[in-house]
Design a protein around this ligand. Structure first.
Ligand SMILES: O=C(CO)COP(=O)(O)O
Length: 248
C-alpha cells in the first residue's frame, strides 16, 4: 500500500510574516501520521521554512532545480544548495515553468536525474492543455511527457520519483478533473511506469493537482491510482490544506 503524499506548491507567494503564520497554522492542526506532508516554497524562503518545520512531520521542498552543478548560471539554484537547506522534495517541470520559462521535456528529464543523484525526491509534473484534451490528445501528451523522463532513468531510479498529473486547464481555475477523468490518466501513467518496472510502478506516488480543495479532495483521493495531491491555492490556507491532509 502506497503512503499518500499531500504537497503544497506555494508558487510565487509568501512573505516572512505570512510564511510563519501559515506554517504555525499547519503545525497546530497537523494530524499524527495520516500521510506524508510537504511544502514547496520559493527559494529565498528555504532557510526560514527549514527552521520553522524542523522537528515536525512537514517535509521541505523547492519548486525547481538547476540541471547544472555550479558556476556561471545566473538565477539558478543547484541541488547541493537545496540539500544545504535539508530539502526532501523538488518540483520539476511544473506547467508554469514549461509555459513561461521554456522548460522542455529533455530539461525535465535531466533535472530529474540531477535531483535523484543528489538524493532529492523529484515531483515530476505532467499535464495537458485544454486544447489538447479537447483534441483527444491527453494520453499522448501526458504519456509522452512521462516517457521522456522514464527513458532517462533506470528502473531503480524510477521507483524513487513522484509523478504529479496536473491538467493545465484545472490549475488555478476552480475547474477540477472529475475523479474518473483523473483516474483514467493516472492508470495510464501507472501502466507506463509498469512497462519500465512493475516493482517501481507499485511504489511510485502519482499525485493529482489542479484546483484540489477540501470539498473535492476525498473523492479524488479515493481513486485507486491517485496517491495524493499537489496543491496550489488551497495550500496557502492552513484550514484548507489541513482538510485535504485529513481527506488523505
Ligand atoms: O499547480 C498546482 C499545484 O502545483 C495546482 O494549483 P491550484 O491548486 O491552485 O489549482
Amino acid at each position: 500500500m502506497r503512503r499518500k503524499l499531500v504537497a503544497g506548491n506555494w508558487k510565487m507567494n509568501g512573505s516572512l510574516a505570512a510564511n510563519s503564520a501559515l506554517i504555525a497554522g499547519i503545525k497546530a492542526g497537523l494530524p499524527a501520521d495520516v500521510c506524508d506532508v510537504a511544502v514547496c516554497v520559493p527559494a529565498p524562503y528555504l532557510a526560514q521554512v527549514q527552521g520553522e518545520v524542523a522537528g515536525s512531520a512537514i517535509g521541505l521542498g523547492a519548486q525547481d532545480i538547476s540541471a547544472f552543478a555550479s558556476g556561471a548560471y545566473t538565477g539558478e539554484v543547484s541541488a547541493a544548495m537545496l540539500n544545504e537547506f535539508a530539502c526532501r522534495y523538488v518540483i520539476i517541470g511544473h506547467s508554469e515553468r514549461r509555459a513561461y520559462h521554456g522548460e522542455s521535456d529533455d530539461s525535465v528529464a535531466l533535472k530529474t536525474r540531477v535531483a535523484l543523484q543528489a538524493g532529492l525526491i523529484p515531483i515530476v509534473c505532467v499535464g495537458e492543455s485544454l486544447a489538447e484534451r479537447e483534441a483527444a490528445q491527453t494520453n499522448a501528451v501526458v504519456g509522452g511527457q512521462l516517457d521522456v523522463v522514464l527513458a532517462a532513468l533506470n528502473a531503480e531510479d524510477v521507483a524513487k520519483i513522484v509523478v504529479a498529473y496536473e491538467p493545465v486547464w484545472a490549475i488555478g481555475t476552480g475547474k477540477t478533473a472529475t475523479p474518473e477523468m483523473a483516474q483514467d490518466v493516472h492508470a495510464m501513467l501507472r501502466a507506463k511506469l509498469a512497462a519500465k518496472s512493475a516493482e517501481a510502478a507499485a511504489k511510485v506516488c502519482i499525485l493529482y493537482g489542479g484546483s484540489m480543495k477540501p470539498d473535492n479532495a476525498k473523492e479524488l483521493l479515493g481513486m485507486p491510482d491517485i496517491d495524493g495531491g499537489l496543491i496550489g491555492g488551497a495550500a496557502l490556507k492552513p484550514a484548507d490544506f489541513l482538510a485535504i491532509i485529513q481527506a488523505a
